[in-house]
Design a protein. Structure first.
Length: 321
């Protein structure tokens, strides 16, 4: 089979190599999956750089989210078991964690449903308890993680404010359903949010960016609001002034979705059932902005690493394209 291998850490376009390899052999509790589509995530770039919370032994194949096919022909969604990731013709996954791919989504969309949408659902519903009629602010609203949160917020009946960087991304966020889009490159985010909410601020803020975005979050969160910290795509981990939480009685909520796979796997399956139902009625649909063949996976990961994408890029196998 063909598989991308990382032999040393560095920028994805420099360290990912497409090579011939034998299909991996499943271990105890694992299953071999034929990859139909693999979604590109920011963690793939961090894996290449050696900066992710998990550091698989070298060499490894990145690709943390796939739509695959079992030996008996079932179409499933899975997080591949590293070091045998999804940017290959075959990948390994834990058999107990396989989820059925929704019929309403094609392979690329199904591959993009898992991590971003599960993170959004847990962040907005499990952690922040978002209610219909509340205002939700989403940073990086046109990105893979942010676009999922926008759709889930709208499906929950919230008014959604999307913050983006650039006019192109602003158009994407508007098409996703944002009620208001703020371009941080040309607008004052804090002033725009306060004007839109009559000075009240946002009830829930979804932040996968960190850095300056978190500073804006603390200034725009409403009384008894909730800031959901999802990640630090900016590369800067903020150090919040905890005394400030007393000023408006707001909460800072952390979310590491992967923990639910071990702490409460039944809740992960429940979430998938909810997402499948939302997809079936058209309330959510992963934004796949680009579909590329396996041979272009390294360039795709680099584009995500450089913040040049909207929605998701999917690596699609030829017969599934």
């Amino acid at each position: 089979m063909q598989a991308w291998h990382v032999h040393e850490n560095g920028e994805p376009s420099e360290v990912m190599r497409l090579e011939e390899a034998e299909p991996p052999t499943p271990g105890a509790g694992q299953v071999l999956l034929k990859v139909r589509a693999a979604n590109v995530n920011f963690p793939d770039a961090l894996l290449c750089r050696g900066q992710y919370q998990v550091r698989p032994p070298l060499p490894f194949t990145p690709g943390v989210e796939i739509c695959g096919e079992t030996e008996d022909g079932r179409r499933v969604i899975a997080n591949p078991a590293l070091p045998h990731g999804g940017f290959a013709e075959y990948a390994l996954a834990d058999s107990a964690a396989l989820l059925p791919a929704p019929d309403a989504l094609d392979d690329a969309e199904a591959a993009a449903l898992h991590i971003g949408y599960q993170t959004g659902w847990f962040g907005l519903h499990r952690r922040a308890a978002l209610r219909a009629g509340e205002t939700l602010l989403v940073h990086a609203a046109a990105g893979g993680v942010g676009s999922a949160a926008v759709q889930l917020g709208k499906a929950a009946g919230a008014t959604v404010i999307g913050v983006v960087g650039g006019s192109g991304k602003a158009a994407v966020a508007k098409d996703l359903g944002c009620d208001l889009v703020i371009d941080r490159r040309s607008e004052d985010v804090v002033a725009a949010v306060k004007e839109a909410t009559g000075g009240r601020g946002a009830d829930v803020i979804y932040d996968p960016v960190g850095g300056a975005a978190y500073t804006q979050s603390a200034k725009t969160v409403a009384f008894e609001g909730r800031i959901v910290v999802v990640g630090f795509a900016s590369g800067t981990i903020p150090s919040p002034a905890l005394n400030h939480t007393l000023v408006k009685n707001y909460s800072i909520l952390g979310l590491h979705w992967g923990l639910y796979n071990t702490k409460d796997p039944k809740l992960v399956r429940h979430c998938h059932e909810e997402l499948t139902e939302l997809a079936a009625r058209g309330a959510i649909k992963p934004l796949v902005s680009e579909r590329v063949p396996l041979g272009e996976a390294a360039d795709a990961v680099q584009k995500v690493a450089d913040g040049l994408t909207t929605g998701r890029i999917a690596v699609v196998m030829e017969e599934s394209a």
